[in-house]
Design a protein around this ligand. Structure first.
Ligand code: R5P
Length: 284
């Protein structure tokens, strides 16, 4: 029997997934010793474990490893769901001497796992770092559905998010565009929308991650300057470091929407359905 093992990072998503799959949530204790070390214990037999845990922030990584270890000792199958794959942004060597954290994490996670599902990893090729079956769930459609009837256009804050904006726009059935960087001089860079006119339009800016909010704020500033009407901000993974959410709202965003990969007041849509679909396709 499949049972969900909910790590401490995404209990809301674990609950949504359990409901979606009609599977129970196993009873688990997760504690910290006085020195900060993590302790986990499964309180019931688990035959097929589905662990839900982020690899962000750092303490959740150790918790994931311990949950995998405990599960592997009793279950015949351990599927690992990582809603937000922290350490995914360092997915290659940018400068000589660096580590590839996205690959190293994969090596460690796969040791006790039968398969892994990541939700919108920062780059698609990250799943290829795993030597066990690995899949990526995509929450773009779910987010786009939230904005149906609310916006006339989807905008990506940079070229990297352009494909996501295009996909969201096809669901909403509206236009999309993305910001491109133009170098004005050696020290000056300006960002401009590739082609579209935004004046008077209701727009959602979409990206995979909001961390400090800097990328979104740049885009909001430009859209306000170009007299866009309502500006919404959406992401899959809302980290909101250093009050990024307040800064985004102060800059003029009408609403922020993120998924439940990282729980916050902005987790207005769930990625449970996409994960459940992928789990169904896995061989038992
Ligand atoms: C970058 O490649 C990502 O897609 C996001 O645009 C970035 O992580 C956002 O970071 P911040 O919110 O700090 O600008």
């Amino acid at each position: 029997m499949k049972k969900i093992i909910a790590g401490s990072s995404s209990p809301m998503l674990a609950k949504n997934l359990a409901k979606e799959m009609n599977a129970p949530i196993a009873s688990v204790s997760v504690k910290r010793f006085p020195d900060g070390e993590c302790y986990v214990r499964l309180h019931e037999e688990v035959e097929h474990a589905i662990i839900v845990q982020n690899t962000y922030p750092d303490e959740n990584i150790i918790e994931l490893f311990l949950l995998e270890d405990a599960a592997k000792r009793m279950a015949s199958r351990v599927d690992v769901i990582i809603p937000y794959y922290g350490y995914g942004r360092q997915d290659k060597i940018f400068e000589y001497g660096e580590a590839i954290s996205a690959e190293k994490m994969a090596r460690l996670i796969e040791q006790d796992a039968s398969s892994v599902i990541l939700v919108n990893p920062h780059k698609e090729h990250i799943i290829n770092f795993f030597s066990i079956p690995a899949m990526a769930a995509d929450a773009t459609t779910t987010i786009a559905e939230y904005f149906k009837g609310k916006v006339d256009m989807v905008v990506a804050p940079d070229k990297g998010a352009a494909a996501m904006a295009e996909k969201a726009a096809s669901v909403i059935q509206c236009d999309y565009d993305y910001f491109e960087k133009h170098r004005i001089s050696g020290s000056e860079v300006e960002t401009k929308l590739k082609s579209m006119d935004v004046a008077g339009k209701n727009i959602v800016i979409i990206d995979d991650i909001i961390s400090t909010g800097g990328t979104m704020i740049q885009a909001i500033k430009q859209l306000v300057r170009q007299e866009a009407n309502n500006i919404y901000v959406a992401c899959i993974h809302g980290l909101f470091i250093g009050n990024a959410d307040d800064k985004i709202l102060q800059e003029g965003a009408k609403e922020i929407v993120s998924t439940d990969t990282i729980e916050s007041a902005y987790s207005k849509v769930s990625v449970a359905k996409e994960i459940a679909k992928l789990l169904e396709n896995l061989k038992n």
